[in-house]
Write a protein that binds this ligand. Structure first.
Ligand SMILES: Cc1ncc(COP(=O)(O)O)c(C=O)c1O
Length: 276
């Protein structure tokens, strides 16, 4: 069963005056729980702290989040932990309360429904019409209020399609609805630069480091449709799926090539062995 804690207490509701509900005024993290521990916890906490800093709200205490996750997970070894932090309740209006009392929600979802035990098969991927909003002030953060992604994910219901790619309004390919994108061209690993929009994924960072360690040339670039069509390899990343190769994009086949293969070998297909 799923377990939810609100400010450390088992609960299934938050105050109706919460700014996370009213404005999406907050942040979240989705974390793989493996061997009774949060995987890449340090990297998730770095992004969350950076988000709190940029939104001008107090950062949650790391030890408290860890204690919440452990309480919610109990003895379960495997699953998904989700953290949501909002600026808390306030009077009507956008003005942030001068002394915010942040709300902390921690959920634990047991493995099974949301997490596969084995490596996911290579994905079939489509292109979305819905675009990613550009805002350098929020770029990179995992903010609440992800309506761009809700609209994009509403574009398909075919269970064979695992993910949809999204462009910014200028037409650069930025990400998947719930993942970061990597392409290999001429043996070089390319991933969209995320200074104006997109989420700076924890797994993206892990993959970029691993690539550097392997001596693979990696660059953050503006990716065009043409780059995607001409890519030798394509793969998607997020904290739960690890490195997931793309087998088909808009019907075009892609091979699981040497760069994707090397990264999956060092990171584990579903990043089982890797810790950060
Ligand atoms: C839009 C978007 N980009 C990237 C990611 C990947 O981030 P992470 O690797 O931290 O899971 C996600 C994760 O859900 C996402 O929703």
């Amino acid at each position: 069963v799923d377990t939810w804690l609100v400010n450390g207490q088992v609960a299934d509701a938050v105050p109706v005056s919460d700014r996370g509900l009213a404005y999406g005024d907050g942040l979240f993290e989705t974390i793989a729980w493996r061997g009774g521990q949060p995987r890449f916890f340090g990297l998730h906490m770095e992004r969350l702290a950076e988000g709190c800093r940029r939104l001008g709200m107090p950062a949650p205490i790391e030890a408290q989040l860890l204690a919440d996750m452990r309480a919610a997970a109990g003895h379960q070894q495997r699953g998904t932990a989700r953290i949501m932090v909002t600026r808390g309740s306030g009077p009507r209006g956008y003005a942030p309360p001068p002394q915010p009392a942040p709300l902390r929600v921690v959920a634990f979802f047991p493995a099974g429904a949301l997490v596969t035990e084995v490596a996911l098969p290579a994905a079939s991927v489509r292109m979305c019409r819905a675009t990613v909003s550009v805002n350098p002030l929020l770029a990179g953060l995992k903010t609440l209020g992800r309506l761009d992604h809700v609209l994009a994910r509403a574009e398909w219901s075919d269970p064979q399609i695992a993910e949809g790619l999204m462009r910014d309004p200028a037409g650069h390919v930025v990400c998947g609805t719930m993942s970061n994108l990597f392409a290999v061209r001429d043996g070089r690993l390319l991933t969209p630069e995320l200074n104006r929009c997109g989420v700076r994924g924890v797994m993206r960072r892990v993959v970029m480091r691993a690539a550097q360690d392997l001596g693979i040339d990696v660059a953050e670039v503006f990716l065009s449709d043409d780059d995607i069509v001409k890519a030798e390899e394509l793969f998607l990343t997020n904290a739960l799926i690890g490195v997931r190769p793309v087998a088909h994009f808009e019907g075009r086949p892609y091979a699981i090539g040497p760069v994707t293969g090397a990264l999956r070998r060092v990171l584990g297909a579903n990043v089982e062995e890797c810790r950060a």
